[in-house]
Design a protein around this ligand. Structure first.
Ligand code: FAD
Length: 508
């Protein structure tokens, strides 16, 4: 039978069993579409990276002898509508059946089910052969539990995939070395340059600009450096093992103006587009560490592996366990809009101007910038989770809903009321100061709690706890904060200070 197979922009998995043999009765279809560029305004680098990677993937398939129909954004026959495009392909070329890989986004999953029903020829969704667990695995694993504790899932994954194991026990006797991973970076000389892949992006950029796609952020050849093919992605992985793994865990939480990437791998885009598989990344890092364990501590490798084998896989499972309801959760009933400076980085708070500025320039911020600077602020001031989600979904190179929303609405905003995390990730200026050098360059004083120049994080932190007392006080992990709050001598002054700041977030 003549078969049409759809490949979505985040399904660039050249190792998929679809491609094992080339078959002249099969045609692959890839589409650049307004539906995807427009569901939120994306960072311009994200749009370019997706299209460039899709085009490279197509070239690769063609070289291997597969037939591909590639429809560019500006093609005359591009109706920009997924259903219409699939229908017209089926009519034009008389396909007998339609196949697709199961999407990772709820939105596309629903859309493809509907398209399949209406198409009039047999239609089948197959596994994307990327993740280590099935969609429903996490849901079943935590059946009947209110909170889904990542650590227990992670330990099971270590055993199931025999990663960092010594028989049935974890290597070196411990599952988790997280408490060793919390240093601020004091020595600039340790920093290694990121592996960048600069390339000519002018043609795609011109097409996107001509089409008037609404985007955010900046792009030029010096800042656009994302791996956009499997080959480039493997080079980034190799670079990570050789130069960055050695300090990954140590400085995973470090905040500094010295370098945007530090010892982070920059692999999230390659992973989320499936150019790399999570298992190959984890196995490569494990093997590299084993060969170099006399110079690289296990905590570096375990810390990294936990992010992929644990967190990434777990977040995907939460997504399928809790969608579509998850997307409407708003535990604190937060309502505020994001301040304007989320789109410019122009705030006097150095931690935020640096983290947001970097996000707009590079489509990237590392985990602690996303969680403990930007997300922390949004939660303390009570931004509506829809606003927060849209910003994160747009700005980051790796933002695809299944992994964005679980991190943003779940881990960072606690809008799920405690499914992903057991307590809200909030902090005063103290934490931000401790983890790096932002406060040293700031117009506000991190030690000041009230009055002229007091760091907003300080009063907003207590205001958050005070206004959410009913929802949080009984949480055993938080009780301590309330005991401290109740003993504060200047509580009223602190609350007044916070209220002043909340009146005009744009002015901060
Ligand atoms: P590294 O620090 O080198 O980590 C290695 C890999 O581990 C990452 O590439 C990623 O695949 C995985 N990983 C690490 N932490 C997480 C996590 N919490 N959840 C899932 N995977 C993880 N990650 C995304 O891929 N897409 C997103 O849209 C996204 N949004 C986020 C929003 C917020 C508010 C927060 C707090 C985190 C978010 N993350 C997201 C998780 C994490 O911050 C990024 O994966 C990471 O910063 C990407 O950079 P890296 O590849 O250099 O990561």
């Amino acid at each position: 039978p003549k078969t049409l197979r759809l490949i979505l922009g985040d399904q660039l998995n050249s190792q998929h069993s679809w491609f094992e043999e080339q078959d002249s009765s099969i045609t692959y279809l890839m589409l650049e579409m307004r539906q995807e560029t427009d569901y939120v305004p994306h960072h311009i680098q994200k749009v370019i990276a997706f299209f460039l990677s899709m085009r490279n993937f197509t070239k690769d398939l063609e070289t291997k002898g597969h037939q591909v129909i590639y429809v560019s954004l500006d093609a005359k026959d591009n109706s920009q509508n997924l259903e219409e495009m699939i229908n017209s392909m089926v009519d034009q070329h008389n396909f007998d059946q339609f196949e697709y890989q199961l999407p990772d986004e709820y939105r596309l999953d629903e859309q493809l089910k509907t398209i399949g029903k209406n198409l009039g020829i047999p239609c089948r969704g197959v596994d994307s052969e990327h993740f280590l667990t099935e969609r429903e695995y996490v849901k079943d694993f935590f059946q009947g539990k209110k909170t889904f504790v990542m650590e227990s899932f992670y330990r099971q994954m270590r055993k199931d995939f025999d990663i960092l194991m010594d028989g049935k026990e974890p290597l070196q006797g411990k599952w988790n070395f997280d408490h060793e991973n919390r240093s601020a970076l004091k020595d600039k000389r340790l920093i290694r340059k990121a592996k960048k892949h600069q390339k000519d992006i002018s043609e795609i950029l011109e097409m996107v600009q001509k089409a008037d796609v609404k985007t955010i952020g900046k792009i030029d050849e010096n800042t656009f450096a994302w791996p956009c093919s499997r080959e480039e992605s493997l080079e980034v992985l190799d670079h990570f093992c050789k130069h960055l793994l050695i300090h990954f865990g140590d400085y995973q939480d470090a905040l500094t103006t010295w370098d945007p990437f530090l010892f982070h791998s920059r692999l999230s885009f390659a992973l989320n587009t499936k150019m790399l598989s999570p298992l190959e990344v984890v196995q490569k890092v494990e093997a590299y560490w084993k060969e170099h364990q006399y110079e690289i501590d296990i905590s570096q490798a375990e810390g990294f592996i936990r992010q992929i084998l644990g967190w990434r896989e777990y977040m995907r499972g939460i997504y399928w366990a809790k969608m579509p309801d998850f997307a409407n959760m708003n535990f604190f009933n937060h309502k505020r809009k994001l301040p304007e400076w989320f789109w410019t980085g122009e705030t006097k708070m150095k931690c935020l101007s640096h983290s947001i500025g970097q996000s707009l320039e590079l489509a990237y911020a590392h985990h602690i910038q996303r969680l403990m600077v930007i997300g922390n602020f949004a939660l303390l001031v009570g931004i509506h989770p829809d606003e927060v989600d849209q910003w994160y979904l747009g700005v980051y190179i790796d933002a695809i809903e299944w992994v964005e929303i679980t991190n943003t609405r779940g881990m960072s905003q606690f809008a799920d009321g405690g499914i992903v995390g057991t307590k809200p990730y909030v902090s005063s200026a103290n934490y931000i100061h401790k983890m790096g050098n932002y406060c040293g360059h700031c117009a506000y004083s991190h030690t000041k709690k009230v009055g002229e120049g007091a760091c907003p994080f300080n009063s907003l932190y207590w205001h958050f706890y005070d206004r959410n007392r009913e929802k949080l006080e009984n949480n055993p992990r938080i009780g301590m904060a309330y005991r401290t709050l109740d003993k504060l001598k200047n509580k009223e002054e602190l609350m007044n200070q916070a209220v002043e700041y909340l009146k005009n977030l744009d002015a901060l």
